[in-house]
Design a protein around this ligand. Structure first.
Ligand SMILES: Nc1ncnc2c1ncn2[C@@H]1O[C@H](COP(=O)(O)OP(=O)(O)OP(=O)(O)O)[C@@H](O)[C@H]1O
Length: 232
């Protein structure tokens, strides 16, 4: 579904991601791990078109999208859950979900009912301003807003950041469920080792802007190996 060849991306003249290769097959759940500031968000932003790709190639569904704009990539089925959730604070829960419906032109939209089934709290709070929700509820709303666009590839940047430990597992279960029920491919940037181990089929460890190691099979259960790429 997604193939990155020898990619370089960054800000102005400063390249953060360098010589990066990565492959994601359809219906996989793949995680990206790495220390703070190593370039994980820059990588996912370059995939969705928010950071320009300076060199290399980004292939999505067998087509080069390297030079396509962010909204065109969204229309093609890329969904994004940004770091820090970034809900629209002055809009209600339902209005936030409606914003998500504007995104994916290719495969139609999902009904709010499906989202509310995954997140019953969002239904209860559908008339409430998003800025007044708890961190966990904002994480759910950000995920729901991306889902209503019916993405084929869902890219999540640290969806569990700043939320209570008991909700981390719940978010993980829902990600696994949507992958299974809706056939959505998932690329997850995450620092929470338990969550990575619980839901990922493969994992790419980043170091100095490159992929340092691909971790798969039983190695994903190796806590010390994952920790090596996350420890400061
Ligand atoms: N808009 C920007 N302009 C210039 N430099 C930036 C910009 N955004 C990020 N950077 C720099 O790029 C580097 C990588 O940042 P990035 O956010 O991609 O890392 P990260 O691995 O996602 O970190 P974290 O885990 O803390 O979110 C950092 O040195 C950061 O300061």
């Amino acid at each position: 579904m997604l193939k990155i060849n020898n990619m370089e991306a960054g800000y102005g003249k400063i390249m953060i991601v360098r010589d990066l290769d990565l492959v994601i097959e359809s219906k996989e759940i793949v995680s990206i791990i790495g220390r703070n500031g190593i370039g994980k968000s820059t990588l996912v932003k370059s995939i969705i078109g928010l950071v320009p790709i300076n060199k290399g190639e980004l292939i999505y569904n067998s087509k080069a999208v390297t030079n396509k704009k962010a909204h065109e990539r969204a229309w093609e089925g890329m969904g994004y859950v940004p770091q820090g959730h970034q809900v629209f604070p002055m809009l209600t829960v339902e209005e936030n979900l409606r914003m998500g419906k504007l995104i994916n032109k290719k495969s139609g939209n999902l009904d709010f009912e499906i989202i509310y089934n995954y997140f019953p709290k969002l239904f209860e709070r559908r008339k409430q301003k998003a800025g007044t929700l708890s961190g966990g509820e904002q994480a759910a709303l950000s995920l729901g807003r991306a889902l209503v666009g019916n993405p084929e590839l869902l890219i999540l940047d640290e969806p569990t950041e700043g939320i209570q430990p008991n909700l981390v597992q719940e978010i993980g279960e829902i990600i696994k469920q949507i992958n299974k029920d809706l056939g959505i491919t998932v690329l997850l940037v995450e620092q929470h080792i338990g969550l990575i181990q619980a839901i990922s089929q493969r994992c790419y460890a980043m170091d100095k802007g490159k992929i340092a190691q691909e971790i798969q099979g039983d190695d994903i259960k190796n806590y010390d190996l994952l920790k090596e790429y996350l420890a400061v």
